[in-house]
Design a protein around this ligand. Structure first.
Ligand code: MN
Length: 284
């Protein structure tokens, strides 16, 4: 069988939204017309040089049934959670947090040397059997993330999954995800095999380039790929930088309500009841 290069089937223009206690960000999904991209549930890009856009942060709030993945490009966010973790994630760091049955946490931006704050948050679904798992927190520092440099100067930061034989530090995740930060120099090319049946998504945030047989794409665009065997990209004259995210769909029904994503309406009502009567955080 000949290898099929995945093509871009949907191009999403992120929409400005206000989240947390008043943080301006660009949301690719969910939206009124797109609830989720199984196994992915949300993709946000926050980025500003004005502290007023982000300093309010995300005070203590719950999550259940999902994993939240925060990747910082610039600035710093301090966090605290009901597992007893506390620390700061800064430039190049990743926080991979599995809320499982219940976690309470806060994510508060810090003033740094500059006013720049930029990063991404991705939500990954947990399959039904793991929705109530014991919460798990992983702080991945920038030094733990391998940088794979190709012969044409392409640099790939491997956060999860594998690129060219190099594995990322975020392992043992139910969705079997790949999460790459790809920088392709002018005229360079990128290719990544993706298992058939797995969802493949990309977010273009610097430069310009093409994916498969697409037209030239520029920031900020969120891309959904067709099924196939590989994702390819080619950079234009100014280079191209994008995130590539892939994962195995759960196939499960999804009922979502804010920070809770479960499989039935009853499970959402249970989460709200647990939060109300103080039994939200499980398994301590
Ligand atoms: Mn959160």
């Amino acid at each position: 069988m000949t290898e099929q290069i995945r093509s871009v089937v949907t191009t999403i223009i992120p929409q400005a939204v206000m989240e947390g206690a008043g943080v301006r960000l660009k949301r690719s999904f969910p939206s009124r017309t797109l609830d989720f991209l199984d196994p992915f549930l949300l993709f946000d890009h926050f980025g500003s040089d004005n502290p007023a856009d982000y300093m309010a942060g995300f005070p203590m709030h719950p999550h259940r049934g999902i994993e939240t993945v925060t990747y910082m490009l610039a600035g710093a966010v301090s966090h605290k959670d009901s597992l007893g973790n506390a620390g700061t994630i800064s430039t190049g760091d990743v926080q991979w947090m599995s809320a499982g049955g219940g976690i309470l946490h806060e994510e508060m931006p810090q003033r740094g040397e500059t006013d720049r704050m930029e990063g991404f948050q991705l939500w990954v679904n947990l399959p039904a059997r793991l929705k109530m798992m014991h919460p798990r927190y992983r702080g991945i520092t920038a030094e733990m993330i391998p940088n794979v440099v190709g012969p044409d100067g392409t640099v790939v930061r491997v956060i999860a999954g594998e690129y060219n034989g190099t594995r990322g530090p975020a392992v043992e995740i139910a969705a079997d995800p790949t999460y790459l930060d790809v920088s392709v120099p002018a005229g360079g090319a990128f290719r990544q095999p993706v298992q058939r049946g797995h969802t493949a998504l990309a977010y273009v945030f610097e430069g310009a380039g093409t994916f498969g047989d697409s037209a030239t794409l520029t920031p900020y665009r969120f891309l959904v790929f067709s099924d196939g065997d590989a994702v390819t990209a080619r950079a234009g004259a100014e280079g191209l930088r994008f995130l590539l995210m892939t994962g195995r769909p759960t196939g499960d029904a999804i009922v979502r309500y804010g920070p809770f994503v479960m499989n039935t309406r009853e499970e959402i009502l249970q989460a709200l009841a647990d939060l109300h009567d103080g039994t939200f955080v499980k398994g301590e």
